[in-house]
Design a protein around this ligand. Structure first.
Ligand SMILES: NC(=O)c1ccc[n+]([C@@H]2O[C@H](COP(=O)([O-])OP(=O)(O)OC[C@H]3O[C@@H](n4cnc5c(N)ncnc54)[C@H](O)[C@@H]3O)[C@@H](O)[C@H]2O)c1
Length: 433
C-alpha cells in the first residue's frame, strides 16, 4: 500500500522514516518551510535519537510534496499527524485536521471511488473520527466507503525513543467503522512480519483507548509518588526499596513505579485532562481530575525538602543549581516541565542565584532573564558555581559529575546517586529528613 504522511513533526517525521526503513515509499508534506528545507538537506529539524541517522539512510524512499493532488494520486493511505492542541477546557482542537481535510477533500473529489484511507494518527477526542471528520468530508460531496474511509491509528511513543517505540510496539491500535479497515491490519502485519499484536476496534473505542492508556500511566506514576511521599514522612524507610518490592507483584509490575518528580511533557498531562473532559458530564467522581490535582502538588515536595535542607545545613548564602530544564533527557521541551515548575516555586521564596544546565537545550535570553537564571553550557562550571544541586531528570552525565563533586549538597529526585561514593552530601526524595 502506498503511503503519504501529512505533518512531519515530532511524531510524523519519525513515523515516515520508520515506514521508509520498512521499504515503503512515503510521500510527505509539511506546511512549515523550515522543516522542508532541513529535510531536503537531510537535516533533522528536532533532537530525536535515530532521526538523523534514518534520514541519511532512507531519504531515497521519501518524496517531499506540497501538492495535495499528487499526494492523493500517489498513495492509497494518508496518515494525518497534525497538531491537536489542548483548548482551554482541556479538550483537543480539531482545527488543524479540519483545515487539512478541507484541502484534501478537493483532491479526493478529483480521484473518486478509490476508498482512500484517511488515517488519523493525531490524538483526538472520542467521537471525532465519525462525528466530526466523516461528516465534514461528506459535507464536501464525498461518499463514505466509496471515496474515503476514516481510520484512527495513534502510536504509543515517548519522545527520545520514538523510532525505537515504533519498531517495537506493545501492540498496534486501529479504529475503523468500515470493513475496509482490515486493509490497515494487513498493512501492519506485513510491516511487522506478523510479529505484532493488533487491536481492531470501532473508531470511538480506539479513541477512548488512546487517552485511557496515558491516563492509566499517569495514575500509576501518581500512586508511586504518593507512596514515595508516605515514605518521606516515615522514619527509617526508603521509598525506592518499598516501590521496587511493590512492583515485583506481577499484577503491578515495576514500570513507572519508582521515586521521581511529577509527570509532565506533551502527552501525559493533556491526555489525562482530556479523559476528565470527556467524562465530566457523565461521571461525578472523576479519577483523572484527582490525579491531575495530586500531580500538580508534587514539585512542592522538592521545595519543602529544599527548605528543610537550608535550615538543617544552616545555609545563609547559597546558589542553587538545577540540572535538567526539559521534562526528560533527549528532548528539547521545557514547557510545563518539572524544572519549570520548580524554578517558579523557588523564585517565589528565595532570591538566591539559580544556575541551570541542560545538554538538550540552550534557553533563550528572554526565558533566562524572566526567571533570573544563569545558564551554564559547561557542566563542570555549573557544578563548581552551585552549592545545592538538584537533579530533575535521571542523567548518566550528571551522576558521574555529582559523584566526583566535593562539599556540595545534592537533592536526588530520582534516587540514582549512591551517597557512599561521593564527597558531597546527598538528600533523596522519598527519604525522611
Ligand atoms: N510527539 C509525541 O510525543 C506524540 C505522542 C503521541 C501522540 N502525539 C500526537 O500526534 C499529533 C502530532 O504531534 P507532534 O508532536 O508530532 O506535533 P508537532 O507540532 O511536532 O508536528 C505537527 C506538524 O504538522 C505540521 N502541520 C500543521 N498543519 C499542517 C498542514 N495543514 N499541512 C501540513 N503540515 C501541517 C506542522 O508544521 C508540524 O511540523 C498530536 O495530536 C499529538 O497529540 C504526539
Amino acid at each position: 500500500m502506498k503511503n503519504s504522511v501529512i505533518g512531519l513533526g515530532k511524531l510524523g517525521l519519525p513515523f515516515a522514516l520508520f515506514l521508509a526503513s520498512k521499504n515503503q515509499h512515503v510521500t510527505c508534506c509539511d506546511s512549515n518551510k523550515k522543516i522542508i528545507r532541513d529535510l531536503s538537506n537531510k537535516i533533522s529539524p528536532y533532537i530525536e535519537p535515530l532521526t538523523s541517522k534514518y534520514l541519511k539512510i532512507y531519504s531515497k524512499k521519501i518524496t517531499l510534496e506540497n501538492n495535495y493532488d499528487n499526494l492523493i494520486k500517489n498513495s492509497q493511505i494518508t496518515h494525518l499527524v497534525l497538531p491537536t492542541p489542548s483548548l482551554i477546557d482541556n479538550s483537543f482542537s480539531n482545527e488543524y485536521l479540519l483545515e487539512c481535510l478541507d484541502k484534501l477533500s478537493k483532491s479526493l473529489l478529483k480521484y473518486k471511488n478509490k476508498s482512500h484511507i484517511i488515517n488519523i494518527t493525531s490524538t483526538v477526542m472520542p467521537g471525532s473520527c465519525q462525528e466530526v471528520f466523516r461528516i465534514f468530508l461528506e459535507s464536501k460531496g464525498l461518499k463514505n466507503e466509496k471515496d474515503f474511509i476514516i481510520t484512527y491509528n495513534p502510536h504509543f511513543i515517548a519522545q527520545g525513543t520514538t523510532i525505537k517505540n515504533l519498531e517495537n510496539p506493545d501492540f498496534i491500535l486501529i479504529g475503523s467503522d468500515s470493513k475496509k479497515g482490515k486493509k490497515l491490519v494487513s498493512f501492519y502485519k506485513k510491516i511487522y512480519k506478523n510479529k505484532v499484536k493488533i487491536s481492531l476496534l470501532r473508531t470511538k473505542e480506539a479513541e477512548i483507548v488512546k487517552i485511557s492508556i496515558n491516563s492509566y500511566i499517569t495514575t500509576k506514576i501518581t500512586f508511586s509518588n504518593f507512596i514515595s511521599e508516605v515514605c518521606e514522612n516515615t522514619k527509617n524507610v526508603d521509598a525506592s526499596l518499598v516501590l521496587n518490592a511493590i512492583g515485583r507483584d506481577h499484577r503491578i509490575g515495576n514500570s513507572y513505579l519508582g521515586v521521581g518528580t511529577k509527570y509532565s511533557g506533551p502527552c501525559f498531562p493533556r491526555d489525562n485532562k482530556a479523559l476528565h473532559y470527556f467524562t465530566k458530564d457523565k461521571i461525578k467522581n472523576s479519577l483523572p481530575k484527582f490525579i491531575d490535582k495530586i500531580n500538580n502538588s508534587q514539585t512542592k515536595r522538592i521545595t519543602r525538602m529544599l527548605k528543610k535542607i537550608i535550615s538543617k545545613e544552616r545555609l545563609k548564602k547559597f546558589t542553587i543549581g538545577i540540572f535538567g530544564l526539559t521534562y526528560k533527557d533527549k528532548t528539547s521541551i521545557i514547557d510545563d516541565s518539572q524544572s519549570y515548575d520548580l524554578i517558579i516555586d523557588i523564585r517565589k521564596k528565595y532570591k538566591a542565584n539559580i544556575n541551570t544546565h541542560d545538554d538538550n537545550v540552550e534557553p533563550n535570553t528572554q526565558f533566562l532573564n524572566k526567571h533570573k537564571l544563569i545558564f551554564f553550557k559547561n557542566i563542570k562550571k555549573f557544578i563548581q558555581k552551585s552549592k545545592i544541586l538538584i537533579l530533575m531528570y535521571p542523567s548518566k552525565k550528571f551522576i558521574k559529575s555529582a559523584l566526583n563533586s566535593k562539599n556540595k549538597i545534592i537533592i536526588d529526585c530520582w534516587n540514582v546517586i549512591d551517597e557512599k561514593k561521593t564527597n558531597s552530601k546527598v538528600y533523596k526524595l522519598g527519604k525522611y529528613l
